[in-house]
Design a protein around this ligand. Structure first.
Ligand SMILES: Cc1cc2nc3c(=O)[nH]c(=O)nc-3n(C[C@H](O)[C@H](O)[C@H](O)COP(=O)(O)OP(=O)(O)OC[C@H]3O[C@@H](n4cnc5c(N)ncnc54)[C@H](O)[C@@H]3O)c2cc1C
Length: 404
């Protein structure tokens, strides 16, 4: 017999979208259960960027001072090394936000912080090692989920199911939602390389003739992301590890003395990159947000911000309704209507970056700097455009106390 639970809102997935939505709904006194399939938040593949708009939200929630006491790095200017030349890309210091920087913080610290605060609300529950495997339907309405746990099956009945289970979403597959796939010409190889005291002190992106190495500073090691043409991992493996190690060193010579740590392909994980978007984000009793509604690529490092903003819009638009009963289809559609155009805009930008910047403009053998980067180098004021796009994004969402 499955254990049975009942709540107003059940959220599948404890990533940035799910934990933020859970926190905000619980704060609005909505009984909410978040189901996360893993036992903890410690996983390598998570992005580490907390954007100025998210920091603004933390301020609105009264959490900013405590949040900034967590270990993090503050990056005020994003720089890339393009065909060997250092180019400033984005200047966050002029943004109209309280924090004029991106905070780099391991995402598990962010999620632990936010979920610890959420647990202070009596209406919040986070159940780890609960993998949602099925939706429960009554007629055509979604009325809950079935989850697999190490102790057996659990059924959660609820007025609303939120799918926040990321880019390989079980929820949107089970709901039968149609999605539009945008071809992405890249995948990412993800690995750890140890860090030394005299290494550069900032996270970095190195572009070279259509290839890209990103190094994310995680304190005592670099989380390295190496962008490769889609489907070419087997080819790279066939060339052998020494050749791969040389490729890494050709981007970041300071890694020469330790690249041999990558002595087995099991230390190098393939992350497939997708960009897609659901046609409908909702049906009766169900709403998808974050990557579950629109999978984002790492380009521009904006997917986490977008997922969080979806969560804020969801809580703002549905919090009052859910406190008193189910949300109607019209209510759910309002969330999609509000968040769809920012998503479309950012995804269009990501597709452009893939075609023109990662695999296009920097892919020639020419050593000169592509025009877009020369302009950013010559005219500092232009660096405020990518800063605004990355740091705030279109239609930033704010915490709304309305009706409470
Ligand atoms: C290689 C790579 C690097 C990236 N780097 C960055 C970056 O630096 N900055 C940035 O802003 N964006 C980055 N992105 C994009 C970003 O990761 C996503 O846009 C963002 O994580 C979406 O958040 P989410 O909460 O919707 O989903 P996720 O972060 O994917 O969270 C989903 C959660 O649901 C859980 N889950 C999955 N299935 C189930 C299930 N059936 N039942 C219960 N739980 C489940 C997962 O364990 C996970 O905790 C990157 C993407 C890739 C592919």
């Amino acid at each position: 017999m499955a254990e049975k639970l009942q709540t107003r809102c059940v959220i599948a997935g404890g990533g940035p979208a799910g934990i933020m939505a859970g926190y905000l709904l619980a704060r609005a006194s909505v009984p909410v259960i978040v189901l996360e399939k893993h036992a903890d938040f410690f996983r390598d593949f998570r992005g580490d960027t907390i954007h100025p708009s998210t920091l603004e939200l933390m301020h609105e929630l009264g959490l900013l001072d405590e949040f900034l006491k967590q270990p993090h790095q503050e990056v005020r200017e994003l720089r890339a090394v393009i065909n060997g030349e250092i180019v400033p890309i984005a200047d966050f210091t002029k943004l109209p936000t309280r924090c004029k920087f991106i905070a780099f913080m391991p995402q598990w610290d962010f999620l632990n912080f936010l979920s610890a605060h959420a647990k202070r609300f009596p209406s919040f529950r986070l159940l780890m090692e609960h993998e949602v495997v099925e939706l429960i339907f009554e007629n055509d309405r979604v009325t809950g989920v079935r989850a697999k746990t190490p102790r057996g099956e659990v059924e959660v009945q609820s007025d609303l199911v939120i799918g926040a289970d990321g880019r390989h979403s079980t929820i949107h597959a089970r709901a039968g939602f149609k999605e539009r796939e945008f071809g992405v010409p890249i995948d990412v190889l993800w690995m750890r390389i140890s860090k030394k005291q005299d290494d550069p002190q900032q996270s970095f992106g190195f572009f070279q003739h259509g290839k890209l190495l990103v190094l994310i500073d995680r304190g005592d090691y670099w989380q390295a992301g190496f962008v490769i043409p889609k489907g070419r991992f087997d080819e790279i493996k066939a060339r052998g590890l020494p050749q791969f190690q040389n490729d890494i060193v050709s981007f970041a010579a300071f890694l020469r003395d330790r690249v041999a740590e990558l002595d087995d392909w099991s230390k190098i994980k393939l992350l497939t990159v997708q960009i897609n978007r659901l046609q409908d984000w909702c049906r009766e009793g169900l709403l998808c947000i974050g990557d579950s509604a629109h999978a984002m690529s790492p380009a521009g490092g904006v997917g986490i911000n977008l997922a969080i903003q979806d969560a804020v819009a969801t809580a703002n638009l549905l919090g009052d309704k859910l406190r008193n009963g189910p949300a109607s289809m019209d209510d759910l559609r309002k969330v999609q209507a509000r968040r769809e155009w920012p998503t479309r805009l950012i995804q269009a930008m990501q597709v452009f970056i893939h075609r023109r910047v990662v695999t296009g403009a920097t892919s020639g053998r020419q050593s000169s700097l592509p025009l877009v980067f020369r302009l950013l180098k010559w005219f500092p004021v232009l660096r405020q455009i990518p800063a605004r796009f990355i740091g705030i994004g279109p239609r930033p969402e704010h915490y709304c106390r309305r009706g409470r």
